[in-house]
Ligand binder design. Structure first.
Ligand code: SAM
Ligand code: SF4
Length: 465
């Protein structure tokens, strides 16, 4: 399997470099300690005034029993049930505190529990977490209620409880079914146990099942990954995420145990992604953004058709609320144009709540310019398209003057436009099919922070391919 004709080694040489994944703009590396719990309370007061508008809520449950070698998430590895029980007490306090600042705004259109592994908790504990939330907040009838689960530790009883509580979507980690890859990353998980849990989820009435895969893992080969893709197709999940392995040993020390020589090179990585695009495309999936896929009847696929897809820290969505609040260690909220992130260490998180304060570690208050650039980057990442006329109307700018430098960078010789990655018209920007693989690079053109960030002695971002 070869990548599309234009994705040559020349393209790789030009575009495979460190760059953000743009789960936010500005990216989390810009967050600073000047944004505090006082900032958060002020933004929550503003948010509370929009009482009719639904909220998005993220709940971070950080615990896992064992660490997967590739994991880049904010996790706490423990087998001590006391530790995990203590966490729930603090989570309750944070939910109480949040509700005391959102006295009028209590409707939620998107609820997402992520981790770590939320199903580390037993069914009664899951119920307890939900009930504290439901004491104050209520879900809209069409709310997207999602949870990340690890099939290796999730029971049928937990799934039944979650479904009864109102969860309608599950997302399961798989990454790769090849046994040599699984051994290398310390995550042994059979096809059979995964398929059985998907079947059970469907029998319980979950309307959407997502499976996560990663390309670029140690010892991954085109042949082996092809087999995984075929196995995944027999499960036929409603959605698929195919993430590029973010190898960041300078940030996640445990990744240093992965020998760099075991990692597939950029050319192979691109082949793996191109193969996933082809295989899933032929099986009827629509591509969503850069690295997600959905069956055509799924609402994400329909949102792509209508170019109304949105992305926040929880992933791609059609239910995006303007304000997103997060609870739990390391959680990131996005409220009234400010990002706020909770402390990453349990002890810091607990200490703030012991003082009756929001456990905010850092964040970022967006400027008007940030808001405009965020819109451009989000549209390109999600919809592969930017309506220039609508952007001008929305923000009161003349696009060609406001982004003169960026347009020049996109269209000069050796530029993304010249390389066939993007079409630049007066009324719109269109990312091409090949351009999707390099959409991070295209977005980097609009990132006004990047120049100051790159070129330093310590890398900041994983590579774009
Ligand atoms: C919180 S985990 C999923 C839930 C559960 N803990 C599990 O592993 O099944 C979220 C997903 O992030 C992805 N992920 C984790 N570390 C990554 C990395 N370094 N690069 C790319 N994707 C990563 C994996 O696909 C993983 O399934
Ligand atoms: S991939 Fe999932 S199970 Fe593995 S360490 Fe990360 S959060 Fe835990």
């Amino acid at each position: 399997m070869t990548p599309p004709a234009l994705a040559t080694s020349e393209l790789l040489a030009r575009y495979d470099r460190p760059g953000p994944r743009y789960t936010s703009y500005p990216t989390a590396v810009e967050f600073h300690a000047g944004v505090t719990d006082a900032t958060y309370m002020e933004r929550l007061a503003r948010a509370d005034a929009h009482r009719e508008e639904p909220l998005s809520v993220y709940v971070h449950l950080p615990f896992c029993q064992e660490r997967c070698a590739y994991c880049g998430c904010n996790v706490v590895i423990t087998k001590h049930r006391d530790t995990t029980e203590e966490y729930l007490g603090y989570l309750d306090r944070e939910v109480d505190l949040l509700a005391s600042h959102l006295t009028a705004r209590r409707t939620v259109s998107q609820l997402h529990w992520g981790g770590g592994t939320p199903t580390y908790y037993a069914a009664p504990q899951l119920e307890r977490i939900f009930e504290r939330f439901a004491r104050y907040f209520h879900l809209t009838p069409s709310a997207e209620v999602a949870i990340e689960i690890d099939p290796r530790v999730t029971s049928k009883e937990q799934l039944s409880t979650l479904r009864r509580l109102g969860f309608n979507r599950v997302s399961m980690g798989v990454q790769d079914f090849a046994s040599d890859v699984q051994l290398a990353v310390n995550r042994v998980q059979s096809y059979e146990e995964t398929a059985a849990l998907v079947d059970h989820s469907r029998a319980e009435g979950f309307t959407s099942v997502n499976i996560d895969l990663i390309y670029g893992l140690p010892y991954q080969t085109v042949k082996g990954f092809r087999r995984t893709l075929d196995q995944v197709l027999t499960i036929r999940p409603d959605r698929l995420a195919v993430y590029s392995f973010a190898f960041v040993p300078w940030m996640k020390a445990h990744m240093k145990h992965i020998p760099e020589t075991s990692l597939p090179g950029a050319q192979v990585k691109l082949e793996l992604l191109a193969m996933a695009q082809q295989v899933f495309g032929e099986a009827g999936y629509r591509q969503i953004g850069m690295d997600h896929f959905a069956l055509p009847e799924d609402e994400l696929a329909r949102a792509v058709e209508g170019r109304v897809l949105y992305r926040n820290f929880m992933g791609y969505t059609v239910q995006s609320a303007r304000d997103m609040v997060a609870v739990g260690v390391s959680g990131i909220g996005d409220v009234q144009s400010a990002f706020v992130q909770n402390f990453k260490k349990l002890s810091d998180y607990y200490a703030a709540l012991d003082q009756g304060r929001f456990p905010i570690d850092r964040g970022y208050a967006l400027s008007d310019d940030d808001v405009i650039r965020r819109h451009v980057i989000t549209e390109l990442m999600c919809n592969g398209y930017l309506d220039i006329v609508a952007t001008e109307t929305r923000f009161g700018i003349a696009f060609d003057r406001y982004f003169a430098d960026e347009l020049a960078a996109l269209t000069g010789p050796d530029s993304p436009a010249a390389d066939g990655l993007i079409g630049v018209r007066p009324a719109a920007l269109d990312v091409t099919p090949v351009g999707r693989m390099f959409v991070r690079n295209i977005c980097m053109t609009f990132d006004s922070y990047l120049r100051a960030r790159t070129g330093g002695p310590t890398p900041v971002f994983s590579r774009t391919v």
